[in-house]
Design a binder for this molecule. Structure first.
Ligand code: ADP
Length: 530
């Protein structure tokens, strides 16, 4: 079921525009009904066995279906307070009530001579009332369904409106029921002699009912728009064979036509109920889907907030640590008597450089989650590699790592955000540094090299550390995977995101007990390639 664009999530089924599927299904049912009717018609007058329980059973079921439909329709009104919905709900209260009251009048139904009425004309009058009131309420619906609800009505209590409507409908039903039971003597009679012999009046009233249904049906058909309209048309149509049978055949009850027509009626009364329940289930499943989507989206958003926060923390922790350390040293030197001013300039320069780095790290992380700020320039890969080495210099020296570089001359240039690429290199260098921390100082070696392939510049970072165990190799690029006590597990994940954001690749190309090699392959800048 494809919702109309302006009703992306309708809450009331009554307001759903009829889709092509509904119109097709309705047309198919009408065609089937016509075919069945055409088959039955030649034998309609055939007298079948008299089953007294037929009407009471069928109409009790029908009444229950009608009452349930009415409940659903009134519930729709509480979602969409349109007077038309009260009318169509009332139609089903009329239908269910008169159907059930009629069963009470049937001889051999709930009592041998019926529970109410004269057991002769009362059932027929109930039938007439039933089929005068049902289409009348549908007519009110058809005429008022497109009216725009006045703003004032929106504030009114819907429960009160439903209550008043029900009170009115029940009062009308009670008055009419009294008339056709206690007052049936004053009314014209339907049968002459036995209930199988119709009078002229009985015959004519069925013609009236047929025309009455036909006119309401034609009006509703012309004004049909929603799912509810389409199915009400089918329901009105499904009732018509009843009047046709009674209008053209003088001997009515217990003939094949009569039984078949009642079958149609039962079918019709279940139809709207089935449609309402089906549409509700469809809406419910869409609601459930939307809800789970919303929950997933919220979880994702929380996840990215978490990731952004952790990433920022990860990237600025080191520069902040260095700033704190340097500031402490500077203070110590100033406190000394006399103050040691020699190194102060270098220390303050370090502090300034570290704050810049922290600041840049924040921009990088923000860029990652913001959808990358474009600050790319065309540079040589060794430029940002050297800058990263400079930034890591203090840590590497503290760890007594010997650094070698093999940067090829005249390599093609790459188009990158140098701050981001520095960040990537810095991460790789720091990881290498960490991996070698437990080794004897004379074997701590770091090698940075560049190379060119047909379309890329490859920058490799090699250490002589303890290597990455086999079982961890698939996981090191996962966010939050870390084997370090104070690690965040974000360095490689962020680095890979940055490199791939540039159209490059960051890979672990080898790792063993004697060291690890990571490679960054960056596409050669278009300008440089030509
Ligand atoms: P973190 O450094 O916070 O742990 P990373 O994503 O940078 O996060 O690294 C994830 C894990 O990958 C590290 O905890 C470590 O186990 C492993 N790793 C990364 N680089 C190396 C390396 N050069 N040698 C050994 N292990 C490494």
């Amino acid at each position: 079921m494809a919702p109309a664009p302006d009703q992306d999530f309708p809450i009331a089924i009554a307001a759903l525009p009829a889709t092509r599927e509904h119109s097709r299904a309705a047309a198919a049912i009408i065609i089937v009904l016509l075919i069945v009717a055409a088959f039955v018609a030649p034998f309609a007058h055939l007298r079948l066995g008299r089953i007294d329980a037929f009407i009471p059973v069928l109409q009790t079921v029908l009444a229950l279906a009608d009452f349930m439909t009415a409940i659903l329709l009134f519930a729709q009104y509480s979602l969409l307070p349109q007077r038309a919905l009260l009318a169509v709900g009332s139609a089903y209260v009329f239908s269910g009530s008169f159907a059930f009251l009629q069963t009470l009048t049937f001889p051999g139904g709930y009592g041998p001579a019926g529970v109410i009425g004269d057991g002769f004309n009362s059932p027929a009058w109930f039938f007439v009332l039933w089929h005068l009131t049902f289409p009348l309420a549908i007519l009110v619906y058809a005429l008022s369904k497109d009216e725009v609800r006045p703003a004032a009505a929106a504030g009114k209590s819907t429960a009160r409106a439903i209550g008043l409507t029900l009170l009115f409908v029940v009062a009308v039903i009670a008055a009419l029921a009294w008339l056709v039971t206690a007052g049936v003597g004053w009314l014209p009679t339907f049968y002459s002699g036995s209930v199988t012999e119709q009078t002229r009046f009985g015959n004519q009233i069925n013609v009236v009912l047929l025309l009455w249904y036909g006119s309401v049906l034609a009006l509703l058909f012309a004004r049909r728009r929603t799912i509810l309209d389409v199915w009400l048309v089918v329901i009105l149509m499904a009732w018509m064979p009843n009047f046709l049978v009674a209008a053209i055949a003088s001997s009515v009850r217990f003939s094949l036509g009569w039984y078949a027509a009642r079958g149609f009626a039962l079918f019709a009364s279940f139809m709207l109920l089935a449609v309402l329940l089906t549409e509700m289930t469809v809406l419910y499943s869409r609601l459930a889907n939307a809800f789970s989507l919303l929950r997933r989206e919220r979880a994702n958003r929380l996840m990215s907030i978490d990731a952004a926060t952790a990433a920022i923390a990860h990237e600025i922790r080191t520069p902040l640590g260095a700033i704190a350390l340097n500031a402490g040293t500077a203070l110590d030197q100033l406190r000394a008597k006399p103050p040691v001013l020699d190194d102060l300039r270098a220390i303050l320069a370090d502090i300034a450089a570290d704050s810049l780095r922290a600041n840049e790290a924040i921009s990088v992380v923000r860029g990652l989650f913001d959808g990358a700020t474009e600050r790319r320039t065309t540079v040589r890969a060794e430029d940002f590699a050297r800058q990263a080495l400079n930034l890591a210099d203090a840590e590497l020296r503290a760890n007594q790592v010997s650094v070698t570089t093999e940067f090829r001359d005249n390599l093609a240039e790459v188009h990158v955000d140098t701050a981001q690429m520095q960040q990537v290199l810095l991460n790789l260098i720091r990881n290498a540094n960490d991996a070698m921390a437990m080794l004897p100082s004379d074997v701590r070696r770091l090698r940075l090299a560049t190379e060119r392939t047909a379309s890329t510049v490859v920058l490799s970072v090699q250490d002589s550390g303890a290597g990455i165990p086999n079982e961890n190799r698939d996981r090191i690029f996962d966010a939050f995977f870390t084997t370090k006590p104070s690690g965040m597990g974000l360095g490689l994940a962020i680095s890979r995101t940055i490199v791939e954001g540039h159209g490059g690749k960051l890979q672990l190309v080898g790792s063993g007990p004697h060291g690890t090699i990571f490679e960054i392959a960056m596409p050669i800048s278009a300008a440089a390639a030509t």
